[in-house]
Write a protein that binds this ligand. Structure first.
Ligand SMILES: Cc1ncc(COP(=O)(O)O)c(C=O)c1O
Length: 404
């Protein structure tokens, strides 16, 4: 034990659990085993290679020295912020109060520092992307959840209402992180009616104290329902325009541009131009990473000026959304063939299969060479790394593991 390490920092697991599972799967594969690895969190083609969007890499290769080497402005290039926000809401004239961040993770972290006091509690959905808990813990914030609707179910309005009221009463302010549409890890989005109900609850809560809704948009470009995604964005814009609930977005180039390693994103409040909010974001940036990488910001600017590149990118997103859709259909068919329920993927890289004892089921699957990520609610399956023709093996292994 390193004595210099302060006591509260001495008992963490050595590895991120998802990366550890992935590493184990890779090691067994390299040792010659026929491993089915559904823990991967990046999009792979059917040959198991990382998908890197050609339209994006062509733009990357065009970047000149002065688009890469100089510091970017502390809060990010304003033109980049506007271009990124306009990818989501094309009619907006400005990004509002906003800053560049290292991916969506950076945006999530900054939101914790600015909209909750240490010791307060963040509200999100169950299930949620695991690192939410790490981000919260690192920032001295607790995490509470309310249920994400199950397949064929509506939103548990009573549970959300109770959670919001409880937090408002306990701490006088509320922040909700909402990874909708294209939710990780369920692969489903809120229905328009559920979304309206939730936004109504947030509106009601905002009469009692400050409410921040942070939309975590990691996967919007990978969906079988682009029209429904656009409608969801319009619903959120309407709430933001009202100005009662502070609506912000965590935006990321990781999946949308397959620029995971470039670490670029933004935290934006497009319907709020408050100078104090902008100053708080600037302060957070300066006090955390000073400035973010310039190259991916410059790439976004090139993309915004290049209609042909935009069309190529849209085609690539369509293609890979179709691939994910075909994998989801194959998985549903295989699950149903084994007497289990379909998962009805709508978007994103993942689905979650229900499991009684996820850790034990995950362990039994692993013994069978099938790797998934256990969550309290079930097993996360990365469609992004699972070939359609692997679905039958997955489903039969799951049935055996579930019934052992
Ligand atoms: C739901 C969700 N939010 C945010 C992120 C953050 O990704 P990044 O920091 O690479 O933008 C991820 C990445 O997997 C995610 O799944």
């Amino acid at each position: 034990m390193t004595d210099q390490l302060i006591p509260t920092r001495r008992a963490f697991p050595a590895d991120d659990p998802i990366f550890a599972l992935n590493a184990e799967a890779q090691a067994r594969k390299q040792a010659g085993e026929a491993v089915l690895n559904a823990t991967v969190g990046a999009l792979l083609d059917d040959a198991g290679q990382l998908v890197v969007l050609d339209s994006v890499m062509d733009l990357w290769r065009q970047l000149g020295a002065l688009e890469v080497a100089p510091y970017a402005p502390i809060a990010g290039d304003p033109a980049f912020l506007k271009a990124l926000v306009q990818r989501h809401w094309p009619l907006l004239a400005s990004a509002g109060a906003a800053c560049a961040t290292p991916g969506g993770s950076g945006a999530l972290a900054l939101s914790l520092r600015n909209f909750l006091e240490r010791g307060q509690t963040l509200l999100t959905t169950a299930p949620y992307w695991g690192p939410y808990a790490t981000l919260a813990a690192e920032n001295g914030i607790h995490l509470a959840t309310a249920p994400w609707p199950g397949v064929g179910e509506g939103l548990d309005v009573a549970a959300w209402d109770a959670a919001l009221r409880h937090l408002m009463k306990a701490q006088g302010r509320v922040m909700v992180w909402l990874n909708d549409p294209c939710h990780n890890p369920t692969g489903r989005s809120l229905s328009p009616a559920d979304r309206a109900a939730l936004l109504g609850l947030l509106r009601d809560a905002s009469a009692l104290g400050p409410v921040t809704l942070l939309l975590d948009f990691a996967y919007l470009d990978y969906t079988k329902e682009p029209g429904a995604v656009a409608a969801a964005l319009a619903d959120y814009a309407a709430l933001g325009t009202e100005g009662q609930v502070l609506v912000g977005a965590s935006l990321s180039l990781s999946k949308s541009m397959t620029l995971y390693g470039a670490r670029c994103g933004a935290l934006a409040f497009p319907w709020n131009g408050d100078a104090a909010l902008q100053a708080a974001l600037n302060q957070s940036c300066r006090g955390t990473w000073s400035n973010c990488a310039r190259a991916p910001q410059a790439l976004m600017l090139r993309l915004a000026r290049d209609g042909k590149a935009q069309a190529r990118l849209a085609d690539e997103h369509r293609h890979w959304s179709d691939v994910l859709g075909a994998r989801a259909v194959a998985l549903d068919a295989a699950l149903e063939a084994e007497g289990m329920a379909a998962l009805h993927w709508q978007g994103g890289f993942f689905v979650t299969v229900p499991a009684g004892d996820p850790d034990a089921t995950c362990g039994r699957l692993k013994a069978d060479g099938v790797f998934t990520v256990p969550l309290p609610e079930g097993l996360r399956v990365g469609l992004c790394g699972l070939r359609a023709d692997e679905a039958p093996r997955f489903a039969s292994a799951l049935r055996r593991a579930a019934h052992r």
